[in-house]
Write a protein that binds this ligand. Structure first.
Ligand code: MN
Length: 516
């Protein structure tokens, strides 16, 4: 058995990582159960790769890397199908959720994550011995491919992949047309076109079924069943006082119906949740790990960079059913990472956080936001602003691939100091709240790994369920703008008339951050 970094030498030598969007050849930490994930299950992935020839890459986690075979016709559930499988170089564990366009060099083409799940060798099989002997018998637990398979070596790198005849076998089975990503529901063409991930909201029938659940029960949504509890429990007080209070049912409806606009901000990103089971004044929980009792279909991301013994599995929301589970957990707020699970050390955007102090008026906050608008406009950068749903305004600046958190943090610090210098009476650079003398803070420190800002369209724990809402830049000149202007109840009408202003940020433009 060799160490993952040795096994990845070939992978690394074949690629130029300043050119390809594929993840670098970093090793993953294998936990005490022999797998990267805390549950001890080895993950597998099948990617559809349109390169010189279209093929499906079947990758099985083993010893912190992904054993890989290129299968031109893809795996089949039909036991009579004998599929050529060409063994290719081991890939880093981080490759598991890689989806994107390889514009040049080795593997030039485009990749979607077609299936994903976990696998286990057949009882008594020692994987390294089986690879040496040229016969690996195993079981796949995926969303599309399931059951027993065998890989048999027929030549140097040539193997055959066969479905075993078992209760998961399907005669005359064929791959869906067109094949779609399991993670983002996109086709290869849609990935090339830069389409954002597609998440479907609940249907009218599904929403009617939600309304009919009295108190709790099982909700069927998007092909999943989600157990919902205490649906009529008041989570947030009303606003205005004579309106109905915000119940957990309202939160479930909000998050699931927002699935299409949440998708670009949440897809493939680990999230932290803030749960308020007893309302805004009760105890709240900052939750990073997925609880053990959570349903198996929830997508979990084992952080391959986590220190040994500290492996932490993050929730990755992948559609409306997962959003229903999140809302049922009274997770009022959703905080996605700035980076994706594919490249956790690469931020996708630089974040400006205008954090008002106790003496900062709303007009002051808007003034600061307008200063950022002018500066970003001057620099020619695409960016989006959103009100936080509390008191502040944040600015999201998408950045090209390959930048580090150091790059985004330095840029936002310099930009913020330039803005702050123009209105020094409004801004404090002291981090401690008592020393800020009531002034605003321009917080650049969230531009770091595993630091987060609240998601667009996340609810905040206050009366009426105010929402963090993306705005058009010229709305900063609207005298009626307020940081908590829109709530769960009023947001749908705004989206119907105005659409999602953050649509302009996706796909993330390949913009660099200029030197300041
Ligand atoms: Mn390939």
């Amino acid at each position: 058995m060799s160490e993952p970094q040795d096994r990845l030498g070939e992978y690394g030598s074949m690629r130029a990582f300043d050119e390809t969007p594929e993840p670098p050849a970093g090793p993953a930490v294998v936990g005490e159960h022999g797998a990267v994930a805390r549950d001890g299950r080895r993950r597998f992935v099948v990617q559809r790769h349109r390169a010189t020839r279209t093929h499906f890459d079947v990758r099985l986690e083993h010893d912190g890397v992904l054993l890989s075979w290129a299968v031109p016709k893809g795996p089949s559930l039909d036991p009579r199908a004998r599929r050529l499988a060409v063994r290719t170089e081991d890939h880093p564990f981080a490759y598991r959720w890689f989806e994107g366009v390889i514009a040049s060099g080795y593997g030039k083409g485009d990749v979607i994550v077609w299936d994903d799940g976990w696998w286990e060798p057949a009882p008594g099989i020692v994987v390294d011995d089986a690879l040496d002997e040229g016969k690996l018998t195993f079981t796949l637990h995926g969303a599309k491919v399931r059951g027993g398979f065998v890989l048999i070596r027929t030549g140097d790198d040539q193997w055959l992949l066969n479905k075993r005849a078992d209760d998961q076998a399907v005669s005359r089975w064929s791959i869906e047309d067109p094949p779609r990503s399991l993670l983002t529901l996109r086709t290869n063409d849609e990935v090339v076109a830069g389409e954002p991930p597609r998440w479907e909201p609940p249907t009218d029938d599904e929403l009617a079924a939600l309304d009919e659940l009295s108190g709790g029960g099982v909700w069927e949504i998007g092909g999943r069943t989600v157990a919902l509890t205490n649906l009529d429990k008041q989570l947030l007080p009303p606003r205005p006082p004579d309106a109905p209070a915000v119940t957990k049912r309202d939160l479930v409806r909000h998050y699931t119906t927002m699935a299409p606009v949440l998708a670009p901000a949440l897809a493939a990103r680990p999230v932290n949740l803030t749960r308020y089971p007893d309302g805004p004044d009760g105890e709240s929980f900052w939750q990073k790990a997925v609880p053990a009792h959570a349903p198996e279909w929830l997508r979990r991301w084992p952080d391959p960079g986590a220190r040994r013994g500290r492996t932490r599995e993050y929730l990755v929301i992948d559609g409306a059913p997962a959003l229903a589970w999140v809302a049922n957990a009274a997770a009022v707020e959703i905080h996605p990472w700035t980076s994706t699970a594919m490249t956790p050390d690469e931020p996708s955007y630089a974040l400006v956080d205008i954090d008002p102090g106790t003496d900062t008026s709303w007009d002051d906050t808007v003034l600061l936001a307008r200063q950022f608008r002018a500066a970003l406009d001057h620099l020619g950068l695409v960016a989006g602003a959103k009100v936080t749903g509390k008191r502040g305004i944040q600015v999201w600046i998408p950045v090209r691939r390959g930048l580090t958190f150091g790059d985004t943090r330095r840029f936002v610090e310099r930009l913020s100091r330039a803005v702050g210098a123009s209105v020094p009476e409004l801004v404090s650079w002291r981090w401690s709240t008592d020393e800020r003398e009531g002034r605003a803070r321009l917080d650049y420190t969230q531009n770091a790994a595993n630091r987060t800002l609240v998601a667009p369209y996340s609810v905040r724990p206050a009366a009426g369920g105010p929402v963090s809402v993306p705005i058009e830049w010229d709305e900063l000149d609207d005298p009626d703008l307020r940081p908590d202007r829109w709530t769960i109840a009023t947001l749908p009408a705004r989206l119907t008339t105005l659409g999602d202003p953050f649509r302009a940020l996706w796909p993330i433009p390949a913009q660099d951050l200029p030197a300041l």
